[in-house]
Design a protein around this ligand. Structure first.
Ligand code: 8YV
Length: 326
């Protein structure tokens, strides 16, 4: 549906963003900021909602259908981050609203994080560090033996850009790579498994690199974890929603899984308290793309999308292009 651009077009920041991006939006774009407080928000939207033509947000917050309907002149949701599962893309499509994300620029760092988590979970470096700092080395002797990373069998759920970069790195470690994906990837050198269970039963480590959202919710369920088995490890750098977190906690607690390395959780920043007590689990506070270089590149790409939308009505890295405006 074509949308008309109001004379008083404004940009709206939704949710917290990198401080330098917030500052740029404020000083160079005179952006409004959506209040976090629900009562304040209603009044704000009544006053400003009709003027907002572009939203800048992140995967952490996004724009749901309710907010979208309060922004009748909205043309684009510019998302900082590759994952956009917090934005209602169906509602956006129905309203002619474009959505962009920041692919490619974060692939290397997120893949590095997956490999780092895998090495840490199998070799237990973080736990060994705790052991040393607690003064246990001179008292209890050598740290127990761990599991080898090189030459292990790795299954990757989601063979997109990030899954591919993880596979490339682990191939250099001599790992045997197989994968499950919605569709088999043409010309992929890796073995395809028709389902997550089929993939999990033949690997030592299962790495989750699939996009979040309704299509992948709890894709890694109790059956997949059972197939991975008591010698298996789960690594997740994608979205907490892709894994049945309760089933994961239960499997780890009962020794039905050897360990896990997790950068993402269902209810961030809250992490199930049971996981905090487990030494065979490495827990990171969603830092996959969190380097100076990558976050700067994500910021630049976010602003390129915003500028392109303001100049031409189109997006540079669209998930969905905006409908033409009148
Ligand atoms: C970001 C991410 O930390 O890109 C993503 O999807 O999960 C991370 O790179 C996040 O989007 C920022 O909110």
């Amino acid at each position: 549906m074509p949308r008309s651009v109001p004379d008083s077009a404004r940009i709206l920041q939704v949710g917290p963003l990198k401080p330098s991006l917030t500052e740029t939006l404020r000083t160079k774009y005179d952006a409004l900021v959506l209040p976090a407080d629900p009562a304040e928000r209603a009044g704000f939207l009544t006053t400003h909602g009709a003027h907002v033509t572009a939203v800048v947000t992140s995967g952490r917050t996004g724009v749901d259908a309710t907010l979208m309907s309060a922004l009748p002149a909205l043309g684009a949701v510019v998302n900082f981050g590759v994952g956009y599962d917090t934005t209602d893309v169906d509602a956006a499509a129905a309203a002619g609203v474009g959505v962009s994300n920041t692919p490619d620029v974060l692939t290397d760092c997120v893949a590095d994080t997956a490999v780092g988590l895998m090495i840490d979970a199998l070799r237990r470096f973080t736990d060994a560090d705790r052991y040393l700092r607690a003064g246990r080395w001179p008292v209890d002797g050598n740290y127990p033996l761990t599991r080898q990373v090189s030459n292990s069998r790795v299954g990757i759920i989601g063979m997109g850009r990030i899954g591919g970069a993880i596979a490339k790195r682990l191939s250099a470690f001599g790992c045997t790579i197989s994968y499950h994906n919605r569709h088999r990837v043409a010309d992929s050198p890796y073995r395809y498994a028709g389902s997550p269970v089929e993939l999990a039963r033949d690997v030592d480590v299962l790495v989750v690199a699939a996009a979040g959202g309704s299509g992948t919710r709890r894709l890694i369920d109790a059956d997949v974890l059972e197939a991975l088995g008591p010698q298996g490890y789960l690594i997740n750098i994608a979205r907490g929603s892709v894994v049945d977190e309760d089933a994961l906690v239960a499997a780890l607690g009962a020794g039905r899984l050897a360990g896990a390395g997790l950068d993402v959780f269902v209810d961030e920043p809250n992490v199930p308290v049971e996981l905090l007590r487990m030494d065979n689990v490495v827990l990171l506070p969603h830092v996959g793309s969190g380097t100076v270089e990558t976050r700067a590149a994500m910021e630049a790409l976010t602003l390129r999308n915003l500028d392109e939308f303001l100049a031409t009505g189109q997006l540079v890295t669209p998930v969905l292009q905006p409908a033409a405006r009148v």
